[in-house]
Design a protein. Structure first.
Ligand code: KG4
Ligand code: ZN
Length: 350
């Protein structure tokens, strides 16, 4: 008799150490630790500090996940780990931990793509994805519009990516220049509450006729915010931080929602899925909800705790791979810090 799969997911690509346990599409429990506070003074993630923090947090966080799920380590039947993309030193720590667990339990190991994990996170809350959907991934390192079928069986088609900064990166950079600290997304959101999103008319890049329909660019927006702040400061006036933050947020949200909805309609589909750290943003969630509601598009966004990096999403994609009968990656799987998203599982590099 085959055992019901109980999949352990391991995430360590940036500053979150995450372990999640998923069985047949159900999240049993998870543990999460973050080194974000240790990076705050530097305005961004310092890879060496992140790697060291993963090493410190690995065992206690795994213990938390097991306790939360109410399972023993010996109940784990499969292990999945982010093997890319991410900060090389950070990915190495989680992947090494995952290899140790898989080897000691003598269970299969899957090296998975971090961004496929973000998409899979939504299935924990809303069930399997429809036959075809558009997925907008908005994270600290990536911004892409994808045409997705079966997350683990079908190739993932990139309709458009960002030419420069990712959406989350824009939040982090603008937060730094407004003196709001790291991570920038939540800090900007807090500052923007009560601000006027129409106070400044920041550029909406790549929305003109003739621009690539699904491609993003956020570096000009960041520069425009920097210039505005400089001009105000040079005039000896106080920067209206709430208004600048709200106007910046609105500019990002307008472009993201316009392009993602356009992709859904152009492809004749009816489902939009928004995932990744920036999907935690309240203004984005509300704007997407309104736009999708008015157009009859089904909108799926994971709950906030599953938008930012976590181990549950890696367990979720691992669980889908296991149930689809995918071949395990094996203990030889290397880290691939700059892996491009073509499928859920990363190929063995030679
Ligand atoms: O997906 P994620 O946790 O890590 C990566 O894979 O990069 O995304 C992190 C990014 C950071 O840039 C952070 O500033 C942004 O997500 N973020 C947000 C919010 N929460 C996190 N951006 C906007 N609004 C938020 N509430
Ligand atoms: Zn992520």
């Amino acid at each position: 008799m085959t055992r019901t799969p109980v999949v352990l997911g391991v995430e360590s690509s940036c500053d979150e150490t995450g372990f999640g346990i998923v069985s047949e599409g159900v999240l049993l429990g998870q543990g999460l630790a973050s080194s974000a506070a240790q990076h705050a003074d530097f305005g961004g993630v310092v890879p060496e500090i992140a790697a060291r923090a993963h090493l410190d947090a690995a065992v206690p966080t795994l213990r938390l996940a097991l306790a939360d799920a109410g399972v023993e380590l010996g109940d784990i039947t499969h292990v999945a780990a982010t093997s890319g993309p991410g900060l090389a030193t950070a990915v190495h720590v989680g992947l090494a931990a995952a290899k140790s667990v898989a080897w000691s339990l003598d269970v299969p190991l899957y090296g998975v793509h971090h961004l496929a994990g973000h998409a899979a996170a939504d299935t924990l809350e809303h069930g399997p994805l429809p036959e075809r959907s558009i997925v907008l991934i908005v994270s600290g390192g990536h911004t892409s519009i994808l045409a997705v079928g079966d997350l683990v069986r079908d190739p993932i088609e990139h309709l458009g990516d960002t030419l420069d900064d990712a959406a989350g990166e824009a939040f982090d950079k603008v937060s730094r220049l407004l003196g709001l600290g790291y991570p920038g997304g939540p800090a900007i959101s807090r500052a923007a509450a009560g601000g006027d999103p129409t106070a400044f008319s920041f550029p909406r890049a790549m929305l003109r006729q003739g621009d690539a329909p699904y491609t993003f660019s956020f570096s000009g927006l960041k520069t425009a915010v920097a210039r505005t702040v400089e001009t105000i400061e040079r005039a000896g006036e106080a920067v209206p931080v709430a208004d600048v933050a709200a106007s910046f947020e609105q500019a990002v949200v307008d472009v993201l929602v316009t392009k993602a909805v356009r992709a859904v309609r152009d492809r004749g589909l009816d489902t939009l899925v928004i995932v990744g750290g920036v999907a935690a943003n309240a203004r984005l969630r509300e704007a997407a909800r309104q736009r999708c509601e008015s157009l009859g598009i089904t909108l799926r966004i994971p709950p906030i705790r599953l938008c930012t990096d976590n181990g549950a999403m890696i367990a979720a994609i691992g669980d889908l791979l296991v149930r689809s009968g995918a071949e395990p990656s094996g203990l030889g799987i290397p880290a691939d810090p700059s892996a491009v998203l073509h499928g859920a599982q990363l190929p063995l590099l030679r």
